[in-house]
Design a binder for this molecule. Structure first.
Ligand SMILES: *[C@@H]1O[C@H](CO)[C@@H](O)[C@H](O)[C@H]1NC(C)=O
Ligand SMILES: *[C@@H]1O[C@H](CO)[C@@H](O)[C@H](O)[C@H]1NC(C)=O
Ligand SMILES: *[C@@H]1O[C@H](CO)[C@@H](O)[C@H](O)[C@H]1NC(C)=O
Ligand SMILES: *[C@@H]1O[C@H](CO)[C@@H](O)[C@H](O)[C@H]1NC(C)=O
Ligand SMILES: *[C@@H]1O[C@H](CO)[C@@H](O)[C@H](O)[C@H]1NC(C)=O
Length: 433
């Protein structure tokens, strides 16, 4: 086995023989000993609650509180992943890294470190789904470091490949984004669907931008460093997520990316930063001396209470559509006026939209959304001209309009409308008779 040490907290899980160790050997290749292994995805599922309500089979590759596992949220679609948390704390176990994101494997798939040093995930019929492309590069073994970095190392202990270079939606403490790859995080599609979601966080020369990739329009920024919060100046071509004591007596800890994010009052070394399913950027901190609810969300970028920006600024805050005030979804606009909000609130269907069909609009006063926060719009444009441009574009759900300045933003997505006191900032919502 590559990592014979199994922390005590996982021993019960490993006893269930969830995975069959097919072969484990030390093979001599060109004078180098490679600690090969092969695990097969088969057998009983583990008993504990994990994130996304997933079923899982643990592998005996671990460094507490991290452990390898196959997990699935839909039948026969498995991801090879790294889990964080201990069973002892009776807190949810979270998935912090995935090898084959968006490319699930089936029952009886194999995970192997081959004699040539390549780490390979293959279907039962041998079809390779994922690999590290490290054949003949001097790899002698695999291990999980205490910080959750999975490394393939050579005879001199140098890292030939590391999972920290392939972030999914999560950065562990010590993990970086760079100007060149890896430069982004991409959210997960949903709890059930582990493939790539519509939100991304991209690190560029000036700082961080967050995008929503909605239908056929080009990605729209719902956060941009131009506001100065996640901007990055000075030399350096990377940002690292770190959590360290703020004071010498360890009374308070600080997690930061570029700026200080959260400030837990305990050892926050076991934290991660995640671009969540809803597009928010959150810090989760794990404190395992407690027996119950060891995870705490210590930061959320779009949150009045735990973050930096208005919680209503998150495009998905009110699901598909809605008016948000004080982080609450307070109304669902309709052509009959403002109705009560529910999760079914949506913009009118534009399925019948085609050339020659003139749409109508209803008006919502005193609102704005991410479009006017991070782009200048067009103008001065007369209201009729702004409307005309939206009329001829079937992907236009409506537009934002600043009446005093005659400024216009066509909206491929309206999403959450944030209530503002200035009633001359309005939204027009398109509908068909
Ligand atoms: C997995 O392999 C085992 C042993 O070869 C076999 O009994 C089982 O039917 C296979 N499972 C599936 C779903 O193919
Ligand atoms: C973000 O802001 C920078 C600096 O103002 C600008 O150059 C860039 O185009 C903006 N990005 C987006 C997607 O709006
Ligand atoms: C971050 O926290 C440190 C330690 O408390 C403090 O010295 C520093 O000024 C903070 N930085 C920002 C940008 O708030
Ligand atoms: C914080 O926790 C980490 C991981 O459990 C440990 O290695 C480190 O020594 C702790 N630091 C302090 C100052 O307690
Ligand atoms: C309302 O917003 C407009 C820009 O759309 C601005 O010109 C005007 O001064 C604002 N009014 C108040 C009362 O803040």
């Amino acid at each position: 086995m590559a990592v014979p040490f199994i922390p005590p907290s996982f021993s019960s899980a490993s006893l269930c023989l969830c995975l069959l160790l097919l072969a484990s050997a030390t093979i001599q290749t060109r004078g180098q000993k490679v600690e090969t292994f092969t695990y097969v995805n088969e057998g009983e599922f583990g008993p504990y609650i994990t994130e996304y309500d997933a079923s899982y089979r643990v592998l005996p590759i671990a460094s507490s509180p991290f452990q390898f596992a196959f997990y699935n949220t839909t039948p026969d679609a498995f991801y090879l992943a790294l889990r964080m948390g201990t069973v002892r704390s009776e807190s949810i176990l979270r998935w912090v890294w995935e090898a084959n994101r968006g490319r699930p494997v089936r029952e009886n798939a194999t995970f192997s470190l081959l004699p040539n040093g390549n780490l390979v995930l293959a279907e039962a019929d041998g079809r390779v789904v994922w690999s590290t492309n490290t054949a003949n590069k001097g790899v002698v073994g695999l291990k999980v470091l205490p910080n959750g970095n999975v490394v393939l190392y050579d005879a001199k202990g140098r890292f030939v490949w590391q999972s920290f270079d392939y972030p999914t939606d999560t950065l562990l403490v010590g993990q970086s984004l760079r100007l060149r790859d890896p430069n982004k995080l991409v959210s997960r599609k949903s709890a059930v669907d582990g493939s790539f979601g519509i939100y991304s966080l991209v690190f560029g020369p000036g700082g961080i931008t967050m995008y929503i990739n909605y239908v056929a329009s080009k990605p729209l920024a719902y956060y941009n460093y131009s506001d100065g919060l996640l901007s990055f100046s000075g030399p350096g071509d990377s940002v690292t997520f770190v959590c360290e004591p703020e004071t010498e007596d360890n009374f308070a800890w600080e997690c930061k990316l570029i700026i200080n994010l959260s400030r837990p009052k305990y050892n926050a070394t076991l934290s991660f930063l995640r671009l969540d399913i809803d597009g928010n950027l959150a810090v989760y901190t794990y404190y395992d001396p407690v027996d119950y609810r060891a995870w705490e969300k210590t930061f959320a970028f779009f949150s009045d209470e735990k973050g930096w920006l208005n919680g209503c600024g998150l495009p998905s805050k009110c699901g598909a559509f809605g008016v948000c005030e004080d982080e609450m979804c307070v109304a669902c606009p309709s052509k009959d006026g403002l109705l009560g909000w529910s999760t079914s609130c949506a913009t009118p269907s534009l399925a019948a939209c085609k050339e020659g069909v003139t749409p109508k609009y209803y008006k919502v006063k005193g609102v704005e959304n991410f479009l006017s926060t991070y782009s200048d719009g067009e103008g001065a444009l007369k209201l009729e001209e702004c409307k005309r441009r939206c009329n001829i574009d079937c992907k236009c759900q409506g537009f934002l309009y600043w009446e005093k300045d005659s400024r216009c933003w066509l909206a491929p997505l309206l999403g959450t409308l944030s209530k503002v006191s200035n009633s001359s900032r309005v939204a027009y919502v398109k509908y068909l008779k």
